[in-house]
Design a protein around this ligand. Structure first.
Ligand SMILES: *Cc1c(COP(=O)(O)O)cnc(C)c1O
Length: 429
């Protein structure tokens, strides 16, 4: 069919790039790196080069690569079933649900396959919950308040609550009824809230938006407003949850309990899974047949997620993430005092952002890190994002800091005159 691809067997990076350029719908800008294996916190390319991975597949591979508990769970599950459909029982769903309800403080779980799907389920639950309240004579509408600079995924519903115009505009009209509120602006939240609203949607730490934690006052205000009408507080923990910040969920740092939370990325250590959790009361809005999925909660994903949770507990990884995160943030703040091109250092645990003064500097630093075989990425144009595996060590952090300070010394002060405003977008200060 395609002689050029037939004759150049995929193998080398160049061949694969050429094949993908012809065969894949072009939705991604990939790094020119062909990955073949990994061990611990290191990835290996096809030439045998090793990279220190500070991104873990966008916060997914929390236990790193070839972790023995994951390998063993995979082996064990290969003797059992990969899939049953939700028409039958298997042992994994309730075992995982028990663990998830214990660690989140919520009552019930709906399993799905991705973060976006978990968020979509949360939005549907909010609408159905409000409908149930209306049927009981309560006054509550269908509107949803989402945050500026939010990211909740790419389905038409999730996208409607995702702020970035570039993601939303080509697909409009998206789901109606969503208004955006400036993140952490309590007065604006209070002004936008009314009995028309059925849910307030918040990422406890905005990830794609540049690693911005919600403020205590804002989260408390959101909780109070929801309580005043019966609206649901939806907290998206897809990036910040499952131990990333040193607690199982980032909201546990605030002492605020949501009605609904969503988990995904690191939940099964690298296999697709999503989970929407909610209170007993909110769960009553879904009755059999109202929502579902073919793959959600399949035996493979459940057994891996159980292995991830049990290993985080067994190896006390929450404590490790918390203390290593403190150390990492402390060292980055130290760096900030020597380099004025660092505008801000933000984060919790091992979810860390370093905001630089310009997009071009951020690109240069990433390029330099890649040359030093250190993988991280950039979010919100100017923010270096660190989402390393939880098993990262202090020596790894020191190595990263050495590389970063060298690169900032080379590129940092030379680029101070460059512009900090890109694409007319708001830059956080
Ligand atoms: C990644 C992410 C999503 C979407 O998850 P997918 O698995 O890519 O569908 C939603 N919300 C947040 C906060 C995320 O970081």
């Amino acid at each position: 069919m395609n002689p050029e691809i037939e004759s150049s067997k995929p193998g080398s990076l160049k061949e694969i790039q050429a094949a993908e350029a012809k065969l894949l719908i072009q939705t991604y800008e990939r790094n020119p790196l062909l990955l073949v294996s990994g061990q611990g916190v290191h990835l290996r390319d096809e030439q045998g080069n090793e990279y220190l991975d500070l991104l873990s597949g966008i916060g997914v591979c929390a236990l790193g690569y070839q972790h023995p508990v994951l390998t063993s769970a995979l082996q064990q599950q290969s003797q059992g079933l990969l899939h049953t459909s939700n028409l039958f029982y298997h042992r994994g769903t309730s075992e995982l649900a028990l663990r998830l309800t214990e660690i989140t403080g919520l009552d019930r779980v709906f399993f799905c396959n991705t973060g976006t799907e978990a968020w979509e389920a949360a939005l549907k639950l909010a609408r159905a919950h409000a409908r149930r309240l209306r049927s009981q004579g309560r006054k509550i509408g269908t509107g949803i308040l989402a945050m500026e600079d939010s990211f909740h995924g790419r389905t038409i519903g999730s996208l409607a609550t995702t702020h970035k115009l570039k993601y939303r505009e080509p697909f409009e009209p998206v789901m109606p009824g969503v208004s955006f509120v400036p993140f952490n602006n309590v007065a604006a939240l209070r002004a936008a809230f009314s009995s028309e609203i059925c849910a307030i949607a918040i990422e406890v730490i905005q990830g794609e938006g540049g690693i911005h934690p919600v403020s205590r006052q804002f989260l408390a205000a959101a909780r109070e407003l929801c309580d005043s009408t019966g609206a649901l507080l939806l907290l998206d923990e897809i990036q910040s949850g499952m131990g990333r910040t040193g607690r199982w969920c980032a909201y546990q740092h605030y002492g605020v309990q949501p009605d609904v939370t969503t988990l995904a990325k690191p939940l099964a250590g690298g296999v697709p899974i999503g989970a929407m959790l909610c209170t007993e009361e909110a769960s009553l809005a879904f009755t059999p047949g109202m929502h579902g999925t073919t793959f959600g909660g399949n035996p493979l994903a459940c057994s891996l997620a159980i292995a991830v949770i049990d290993e985080i507990k067994r190896s006390r990884l929450l404590d490790h993430v918390a203390s290593l995160g403190e150390y990492f943030l402390g060292r980055l703040r130290g760096l900030q005092t020597s380099f004025s091109c660092i505008r801000a250092v933000r984060g919790m645990g091992l979810m860390i952002g370093v905001e630089l003064e310009s997009e071009s500097l951020a690109r240069q630093i990433l390029q330099g890190m890649m040359e030093r075989r250190i993988i991280l990425n950039r979010t919100h144009e100017t923010v270096l994002r660190f989402l390393p595996p939880y098993i990262l060590s202090r020596q790894d952090v020191d190595h990263v800091l050495d590389a970063l300070s060298e690169l900032l010394a080379t590129h940092g002060n030379s680029s101070t005159e460059k512009t900090a405003v890109m694409d007319g977008e708001k830059i956080h200060g």
